[in-house]
Write a protein that binds this ligand. Sequence first.
Ligand code: ADP
Ligand code: ZN
Length: 218
Amino acid sequence: MVIIMLGAPGTGKGTVAGILQEKMGIKQVSTGDIFRKNIKEGTELGKLADSYISKGNLVPDEVTIQIVKDRLNEPDVEKGIILDGFPRTIVQAEALEKMLAEKGKKVDLVINLVTSEEEIIERLVYRRVCPNCKSIFNVILHPPKQEGICDNCGHELIHRDDDKEETIKDRFQTYLKQTSPLIEYYEKKGVLRTEEVSKKINRMGKEVAEDIVQEYQS
Ligand code: ADP
Ligand code: ZN
């Protein structure tokens, strides 16, 4: 099973992917996490990625596609994969289709999360993430029990560098220009599932994920 998480930054892609991974036993692969790990370790890839990410731009397609290609060859994703943050351009989507076809696979489901820009900014500015277990908190909406500490593993939480207001606006523009055309692309392929995520309707990533898990189990 191949699932893709689509949606602007801060819509809850990581939250949904994490729950699906846990409940459905399919591996979550986040290109953003791979880049951040490399930035932290100071690798060549990390240095390159950082020069784009810090400006709210996308890492070039050739680089990103190669990373996913290598990752898809690892045994832990043979049964299935949840791609969290990939593809983000039409070029990436076409490359993915080819890679999967070579393995006799295809994209089965694209979960498109939709949230207003206003809510996205609020969620990201106050977002705090655990670099260790990837748990996600929000200082206002979903604070950890102890300030700055992960409820799940006790690690210190971080405020991502690109979760600052100026960069968030650039990331949103990048999404509109380069990533949002994928909605139509996958709609035409008949695999798109659009979900509104908003506190106004009391529906967050968690609720979306739980519905999907239930549907697939029955
Ligand atoms: P978010 O969805 O909250 O923006 P991610 O962790 O998915 O966060 O991505 C962080 C950054 O990593 C992106 O803003 C982008 O610069 C880079 N990135 C992640 N995935 C891709 C991709 N598929 N193609 C190009 N750049 C990517
Ligand atoms: Zn943690």
